[in-house]
Write a protein that binds this ligand. Structure first.
Ligand SMILES: [Zn+2]
Length: 252
């Protein structure tokens, strides 16, 4: 019997995903991803008509909207106890008082566990709440180097820092953005401790000037870190420069 080809058209501008791409990004097996999406409305299924091929071969192309829909989708069911008379009806039977479980995906992570309740309504509400929380906790887009610099300047002005101080930050940020442009580091998360060291090594400044500049850089990274835009502060591990050949050293 020939396998029919079922194609539902995706909106033309929509990005289509291959099974392997989703498997890699959600850290699931390709078999699991196939299982999740194969019967999903909106997925393009390209079936192979060749009868001589032993294994049925189907290529899936999954539109962005379908990926988003499946990313968080939980269902609840009663996990029947051995003594339950309805246990052979399986998941479709819910009018007994067996414990309620949940399974499915929560933000791309597989989940299957007891909800520690037998009350269907409260289980349902709990899971809706998880879905809502999961969506709320979705990570914001990573902040660009330029945006972080601009936000620091606005904050410095709001704090009433003196203009010469703000000017020094502007100068530092111009260099930081140039450096980021040259090395292809558009986002703050691109700056690990190694890149911060390399940025510092690019400065012509010496002694006190170098130390002052490092303090400014640290203040900036502290601001970015405390704002939650980077998970660790790469500048905190930079050692201050050695100060030589100047009488100012005693004051530091
Ligand atoms: Zn039951």
């Amino acid at each position: 019997m020939p396998v029919s080809i079922q194609i539902e058209r995706a909106a033309p501008t929509e990005r289509l995903y291959a099974v392997a791409e989703i498997a890699a990004s959600w850290n699931l097996s390709t078999d699991k991803v196939r299982e999740l999406f194969e019967a999903e409305p909106g997925v393009l299924v390209i079936a192979d008509r060749n009868p001589r091929r032993k294994r049925r071969y189907r290529t899936l192309r999954i539109p962005q909207t379908v990926v988003d829909r499946v990313y968080t989708r939980l269902s609840i069911y009663r996990r029947h106890l051995k003594r339950c008379k309805q246990r052979h009806d399986g998941r479709s039977y819910r009018r007994c008082l067996c414990p309620v479980w949940v399974d499915g995906l929560l933000n791309g992570v597989e989940i299957r566990r007891s909800l520690k309740t037998r009350d269907w309504q409260s289980a349902h509400e709990l899971v809706r709440q998880w879905e809502a929380d999961g969506k709320r906790e979705e990570r914001p887009a990573p902040i660009a180097v330029k945006d972080a610099c601009d936000k620091f300047i606005s904050d410095a002005e709001a704090r009433g820092l003196r203009e010469p101080t703000v000017y020094k930050y502007r100068l530092l940020f111009r260099q930081l953005q140039e450096f980021a442009g040259v090395y292809g580091l558009p986002l703050m998360v691109n700056f690990d401790v190694d890149w911060v060291r390399r940025f510092r090594a690019s400065w012509p400044n010496k002694n006190i000037a170098a130390r002052k500049k490092l303090e400014a850089l640290r203040a900036f990274f502290r601001f970015v870190h405390e704002s939650g835009w980077i998970s660790t502060n790469p500048a905190s591990r930079l050692k201050p420069p050695k100060i030589t050949g100047t009488s100012h050293c005693a004051s530091y």
